[in-house]
Design a protein around this ligand. Structure first.
Ligand code: SF4
Ligand code: SF4
Length: 356
């Protein structure tokens, strides 16, 4: 293992630790505010959903309202829903918000690279803070040797390929059958209970990921997240790019050190890597005004404009889905009570496993 952050000037080092007070810190604060707002939203949704599930378990009708936003944590169901929408011409009524959110994340990737990962995703947010904790505790993060790093980075593409392939080969009828299966109807509840009643194996895996993220920056995002891998592929088509102006660049290398994806920004004219999350940390760290910028065509996009665009696209999509009546599913309270109370019966097993 080698040091990830060595020989960095004191001011830049302080900024990387979140303690810098100038231009970089302004950008840093904007991103933390946006990420924090989305993380807080997830907590609120989680609490509302817990109340909904508890009431259903107790059979208390009418149930408190179910926050459809929790379907953000069902990306595979969302992907299936998107393909099913393409096949059927209408959006499924089981987890429509999951499909809307997957399509919004893909649209964001097409427009603004993997902005979903660095500005919205609560896992990315948590992961960044765990890495900061590691830097505060040990003065550094570690990065695996190159011979190990490269194959490990391929893992997320393997996982993504597996999921996408599994969804695509299902075919039209099986896809619809899965989406309307008892298993999928309570997939959100199962997912919630997975996190609140975690098994020893689940806890151990989570512990390894959390601890590993303290030592290795972005352990989950860099090596394992299939969702990020998919968005990275879409981001290749994005007109947004980090561009470096070699005429004004002083080759200080600060952008390389700031980049959480460890991209060699100072050696590129334009960053096209699918690992670029559009976090703009490299831009914030650059000491030369105009040497490095996020550009759409020839236009420079400021961090504040970028943040506003991310938030607006996301909120506009949400409000559009609500206004057109495709946000909430059509499962009634009575049906939820019946299904949640019987969720441990064989009928609610994974359809793929049942066929085996
Ligand atoms: S190149 Fe810049 S915008 Fe892209 S991930 Fe690295 S620091 Fe973030
Ligand atoms: S782009 Fe900016 S931060 Fe990167 S090497 Fe050039 S001057 Fe330094």
């Amino acid at each position: 293992m080698t040091k990830a952050t060595s020989s960095i000037p004191v001011s830049a080092r302080a900024w990387l630790d979140g303690r810098f007070g100038k231009r970089a810190d302004r950008h840093y604060r904007v991103r933390v505010v946006v990420q924090g707002a989305f993380a807080l939203l997830c907590v609120v949704l989680g609490v509302q959903f817990a109340r909904f599930v508890s009431a259903a378990q107790a059979g208390t009708l009418p149930l408190p309202s179910r926050p459809a936003g929790v379907e953000a944590f069902l990306p595979i169901s969302g992907l299936m829903g998107a393909l099913d929408w393409f096949y059927q011409g209408s959006l499924n009524v089981i987890h429509p918000a999951a499909t809307v959110l997957v399509l919004v994340a893909i649209a964001l990737a097409l427009l603004m690279r993997k902005a979903f990962c660095s500005w919205i995703c609560p896992v990315g947010f948590l992961s960044e803070w765990l890495a900061k904790l590691g830097r505060l505790a040990f003065g550094r993060n570690f990065k695996p040797w190159k011979w190990l790093d490269i194959p490990l980075r391929g893992l997320k593409y393997l996982l993504m390929g597996f999921f996408v392939f599994s969804v695509v080969v299902m075919g039209r009828e099986s896809l619809t059958a899965f989406l309307t299966s008892p298993y999928n109807k309570v997939a959100d509840v199962k997912m919630g209970l997975f996190f609140t009643q975690m098994s020893t194996v689940g806890l151990s895996i989570m512990g390894v990921l959390v601890l590993g993220s303290v030592f290795i920056q972005g352990l989950w995002c860099r090596y394992l997240c299939p969702y990020g891998a998919l968005l990275g592929l879409f981001s290749w088509a994005s007109p947004s790019r980090i561009r470096r102006d070699p005429a004004t660049c002083v080759d200080c290398g600060l952008c390389d050190k700031a980049c959480p994806s460890r991209l060699p920004v100072s050696r590129k004219l334009s960053v096209i890597s699918p690992d670029c999350s559009g976090c703009l940390d490299c831009v914030a760290s650059c000491p030369v005004k105009g040497a490095l910028a996020m550009k759409v065509g020839r236009r420079t996009v400021s961090p504040v404009a970028y943040a506003a665009a991310v938030a607006m696209i996301f909120l506009a999509s949400y409000m559009g889905a609500r206004a057109t009546g495709i946000w909430n599913n059509q499962i009634t309270d009575r049906e939820y009570v019946e299904r949640i109370q019987n969720m441990n019966s064989g009928e609610y097993g994974h359809p793929g496993m049942q066929n085996d």
